[in-house]
Design a protein around this ligand. Structure first.
Ligand code: HEM
Length: 215
């Protein structure tokens, strides 16, 4: 292990908390995270209004109080406006994430055994939140998973927005109708993620503080 770099060492152990005041989340992560949160809420709210105009499932419509826009045309305008925010901000975050090495350092490796162990520890209330700069395996899986869901929701969205211009993409999803279902289930995945994610942020408020102030 002598070859382990200082950087790797500083990110591979949750035994040591970072020095008080050390930066946990750099500014670019915090800015893109909160822009993404705003864009996602606008996309989901307006998406529910659009869905209600032509539901995929007989048993499901979204309550108007939770939907954004009030009616179909306004919801479409919200959806396509927030789309630019989501996509441009997402490209900035993903580019910085790869180029800076953050994704590799923070999200990898993800091993099934470690995920199960951390999940069991979390359910018994024994998971350490001492070192906010190291994500546990459950966090890694959730964050990598939601990034993937983000890519799928954007690509399936493009497929149903411009099925003629993006006809190969639409075909990749199995056609317009299937792409609509894929878009819906990607939204469901992101909403499920958000329910857990926001609950955890409230249960561990210092993680919320770090995502706002950086330290
Ligand atoms: C009100 C809404 C939200 C709150 C309060 C919130 C809170 C937080 C907090 C506190 C962290 C740091 C977690 C930690 O240290 O373990 C975090 C990280 C993260 N959040 Fe959120 N979040 C919100 C919305 C979202 C949304 C909409 C998404 C994506 C769909 C998202 C994706 C992520 C990801 C990927 C990370 C890891 C970022 C990185 O380290 O590069 N969050 N969030």
């Amino acid at each position: 292990m002598a070859a382990m770099s200082i950087e790797a060492a500083s990110h591979s152990s949750s035994l040591h908390a970072p020095a008080a005041g050390a930066v946990v989340h750099p500014r670019w992560v915090r800015i893109t995270h909160w822009i993404n949160a705003l864009a996602m809420f606008l996309m989901i709210g307006s998406g529910w209004q659009i869905y209600d105009a032509s539901p995929l499932f007989d048993f499901l419509t979204f309550p108007p109080e939770l939907a954004l826009g009030g009616w179909l045309a306004a919801a479409l305008l919200w959806h396509f406006a927030a789309m630019w925010l989501l996509v441009i901000n997402g490209i900035v975050y993903v580019t910085f994430g790869f180029v800076s090495g953050r994704f590799r350092r923070k999200l990898l490796p993800i091993r099934p055994r470690a995920v199960l162990d951390d999940l069991a520890a979390a359910l018994r209330g024994r998971l350490s939140h001492e070192d906010l700069s190291v994500y546990n395996s459950v966090q890694r899986l959730l964050y990598a998973g939601v990034l993937l869901a983000g890519v799928v929701i954007v690509l399936s969205g493009l497929s149903i927005w411009k099925p003629v211009q993006f006809k190969y993409l639409t075909a990749l999803f199995g056609g317009y109708d299937t792409a609509r279902y894929v878009h819906f289930f990607a939204m469901t995945t992101i909403v499920a993620f958000l329910t857990i994610h926001i609950a955890l942020a409230l249960i561990v408020p210092k993680s919320l503080r770090a995502m706002i102030l950086g330290r």
